[in-house]
Design a protein around this ligand. Structure first.
Ligand SMILES: Cc1cc2nc3c(=O)[nH]c(=O)nc-3n(C[C@H](O)[C@H](O)[C@H](O)COP(=O)(O)O)c2cc1C
Length: 398
């Protein structure tokens, strides 16, 4: 995405008082949502917390050239980026860089431009029991530092997904995790049942940011009991590795994360989009056909970091971080806050090869630091003892 120049009027043009004021148009440079990949990474002391691979590699601390020599290539290949997301059920990724649901289709769409087999795992588009046409257009708009979308879970339904993509996924090395959505617990359970045992389906990620019809449209994700109930019901319905995706649109995410862990999830993924709104150019209505949309991209990274940081202090199952990843520094930040894998989402629209490149950059970073795996980079920013929740208004404490 290119940097855009926009004319910004300094006073509110809708106010009659403001209309009398002489306005000076200023040209402000709006930074594109997606910045080019930052090839520099931060260094610093690290404190091991989660063991992911083997022991440290000796004498391999030199920076890695863009085109590594044969010796460097061999050293890079020895670094173990593998990670176990569901230790009890066997969901092993060859590297921790995944792609986020809704931003990579079903994987097949990107086959021409990306070597999909080099991605850690693919979370496919949200899948429902029956086909869904999605929301009224417009469905997406760019925002400073991100984008708003209200696709409305357009998908062909679980049976068509199994029939069309299952045989393809079965032949892939990259695990495919099916993102599941529904409006009732029965919906989620039925989709999980149909996916259970399907060759090529490596796991399920529950998108619980959906209206719960039984609870008057309240999202499963914002209600601890509803989150627990849907996770437990799906857990009973399938032996597939089960990831549950948190919504950021809550006051305190920790009890919800805890309930999801207690209900039997193998891992937590965080975060889904933040609820947002854009206004139509003539300012007579909301811009998106669905009024509200989900904000994603670099703008949400601090929120995602905060949630991963809070959740990592209260659960012991693996955490997969999502939200605004555009470069290796972002990946390392999420590791430092306790994530053991990350998903790349919005940034893929600008740079489809980013997830593969991030895997290689992480490998080079481990080599540069003399590490045999990235395990020692995980949890380094976490406090020794669980701190107060951000819901206590810590940032406004006098
Ligand atoms: C166009 C679009 C469609 C999405 N569809 C889904 C979806 O079907 N299911 C889901 O759980 N998340 C969906 N998401 C959310 C992403 O998976 C991810 O959680 C979010 O975009 C934050 O990551 P990012 O900032 O890297 O994009 C979608 C996001 C975008 C931008």
């Amino acid at each position: 995405m290119k940097t855009k120049k926009r004319v910004v009027i300094s006073a509110d043009v809708r106010s009659p008082k403001a209309a009398r004021v002489k306005r000076t148009p200023t040209v402000r440079t709006i930074k594109s949502a997606i910045v080019p990949v930052d090839r520099t990474t931060r260094s610093g002391n690290v404190r091991p917390r989660v063991e992911i691979g083997g022991a440290a590699v000796a004498d391999l601390g030199a920076p890695v050239a863009v085109r590594p020599s044969l010796a460097e290539r061999e050293a890079l290949d020895r670094i173990d980026l593998s990670v176990e997301l569901a230790p009890q059920r066997g969901l092993r990724l060859l590297n921790p860089i995944m792609v986020a649901s809704g931003t990579f289709g079903y994987g097949v769409e990107y086959g021409e431009v990306v070597d999909v087999q080099r991605i850690g795992a693919i979370c496919c588009k949200g899948t429902t029991l029956r086909p869904r046409a999605g929301n009224q257009p417009p469905r997406v708009t760019e925002t400073p530092g991100g984008m708003l979308n209200s696709i409305g879970l357009q998908n062909p339904g679980v049976d068509a997904v199994i029939e069309k993509y299952g045989p393809v996924w079965q032949g892939w090395k990259v695990p495919v995790i099916v993102n599941v959505a529904g409006e009732s617990i029965d919906d989620y359970v039925e989709v999980a049942r149909r996916l259970d045992g399907v060759p090529g389906v490596a796991g399920i990620e529950l998108n619980i940011s959906c209206p719960n019809v039984g609870k008057g449209g309240l999202q499963f994700a914002i209600d601890r009991d509803a989150a627990r109930a849907v996770t437990a019901a799906v857990r009973r319905a399938t032996d597939l590795p089960l990831l549950v995706k948190l919504s950021p649109n809550v006051a305190d995410v920790r009890p919800i994360a805890k309930a999801i862990e207690e209900a039997g999830a193998d891992a937590i993924t965080a975060i889904n989009t933040l609820s947002g709104l854009a206004v139509s150019p003539d300012r007579t209505r909301a811009f998106l056909g669905n009024t509200y949309g989900g904000l994603s991209g670099p703008a949400i990274k601090p929120v995602a970091l905060r949630i991963v940081y809070e959740v990592a202090q209260v659960v012991s199952i693996p955490i997969v971080a999502i939200g605004g990843v555009t470069n290796l520094g972002d990946v390392l930040d999420f590791f430092a806050c306790g994530a053991i894998a990350v998903q790349v989402g919005t940034a893929i629209f600008a740079d489809p090869e980013l997830p593969v490149r991030l895997g290689e950059e992480l490998r080079a970073e481990c080599l540069r630091r003399g590490l045999a795996s990235y395990g020692p980079l995980v949890g380094t920013a976490l406090p020794k003892r669980a701190g107060a929740s951000s819901a206590k208004g810590a940032e406004y404490r006098p």
